[in-house]
Design a protein around this ligand. Structure first.
Ligand code: ATP
Length: 222
């Protein structure tokens, strides 16, 4: 699947990477919060083949995660108009390094003559792992950060990064912090709930079409 033309031409593009195993309302909340707060023209969701920061791989296949993302985007009127998916990382070999994906995205946009800005969306739980990211400083030269508060992860954790990443990046991250009411959802817990057949509570965390897809295809059963 090639990059959606809207992602290619957007003056203000949100870039949202993740395993999305499965996509849930917490992810949609990040995307919708960023759309509003940053006045984005478009958001591109980029599912990872294998996150370099997670020990185990995704449980659902790339094709299943893509389809769940497609259903989730369709389920929201705003995202249906303003979001797309790019499978670049699913097609690439090896771990999905954000810097490589952003370089490719930036090259494609430059070749198309776009002089826009990119914003990398992420939950505040990502702070702890930032020093381990490949070329983290370059990631945030290619893209402005947009950090959305995740429950249990407040601003103070940013201080732990002082001296570990550059002061410039620390400042950028602090400035980018969005603090809407957090949505307390995580894919790990949803998978566990689905696996242990506590279906009622798991379905609350997702668009119905995604829940039906999981059920119909027997995903995350132990
Ligand atoms: P897992 O529980 O399997 O680690 P996850 O729910 O964290 O999964 P990912 O696909 O790993 O989902 O996350 C992709 C991005 O979305 C990350 O930047 C993560 O911080 C962010 N994110 C996920 N859930 C939330 C949430 N409830 N609130 C804010 N950000 C979130």
């Amino acid at each position: 699947m090639s990059l959606d033309p809207r992602a290619l031409s957007a003056a203000r593009l949100g870039v949202f990477g993740g395993t999305f195993d499965p996509v849930h309302n917490g992810h949609l909340h990040v995307a919708l919060t960023a759309l509003r707060a940053l006045d984005l023209d478009h958001i591109v969701f980029i599912p990872a083949r294998q996150s370099p920061h997670k020990e185990s791989g995704a449980q659902a296949t790339g094709a299943e995660r893509l389809e769940m993302l497609r259903l989730a985007i369709e389920s929201d009127e705003r995202l249906a108009k303003m979001a797309s998916i790019w499978d670049f990382e699913l097609q690439a070999e090896g771990p999905s390094y954000t810097v490589r994906t952003l370089e490719e995205l930036s090259d494609l946009r430059s070749c198309g003559g776009v002089e826009g800005s990119m914003f990398f969306l992420m939950g505040s739980d990502q702070f702890d792992g930032l020093p381990r990211w490949k070329d983290v400083e370059r990631v945030f030269r290619l893209c402005h950060p947009c950090v959305v508060l995740r429950s249990g992860n407040g601003t103070p954790e940013l201080e732990n990064l002082r001296g570990v990443i550059s002061d410039g990046l620390l400042h950028k991250l602090a400035e980018s912090f969005l603090t809407p009411d957090p949505v307390d959802l995580a894919a790990t817990e949803l998978r566990q709930q689905i696996g242990s057949a506590a279906l009622g509570s798991a379905w609350i965390g997702q668009p119905e079409s995604v829940a039906v897809f999981i059920q119909t295809n027997g995903l995350y059963r132990v």
